[in-house]
Design a protein around this ligand. Structure first.
Ligand code: FES
Length: 101
């Protein structure tokens, strides 16, 4: 994870997928790694359930943290700042939240 935005040039009409899980090797764009992250979380919950170490509330919290890319496009060729810290409240765009990390 990068604690600063990525400055990228977007092409009009092209579709993009911004990485939300922070594990993509093609930051700031998705490479499908979120499927591994989600599976890892599922396995974690199952393992903790087997040894009775996780509450129902904790299971719900982990389940609610399912990662998925943010799909977006632009109506013009443009240079933008895409979030690298994964804390933006305006994803996929940088909101300045990285300054508080
Ligand atoms: S990089 Fe700026 S809010 Fe994430």
């Amino acid at each position: 994870m990068k604690k600063q935005p990525y400055i990228v040039t977007l092409e009009k009409g092209k579709n993009y997928a911004w990485c939300d899980c922070a594990e993509s090797q093609t930051q700031p764009f998705c490479d499908g790694s979120h499927t591994k992250v989600n599976k890892r979380n599922e396995n974690l919950v199952e393992n903790l359930q087997e040894i009775s170490l996780i509450s129902e509330d904790s299971q719900k919290l982990i389940a609610a943290d399912t990662k998925a890319p943010v799909f977006f496009s632009t109506d013009k060729d443009t240079e933008v700042s895409l979030c690298g810290c994964k804390e933006s409240n305006n994803a996929p765009y940088c909101s300045g939240a990285h300054a508080n990390i």
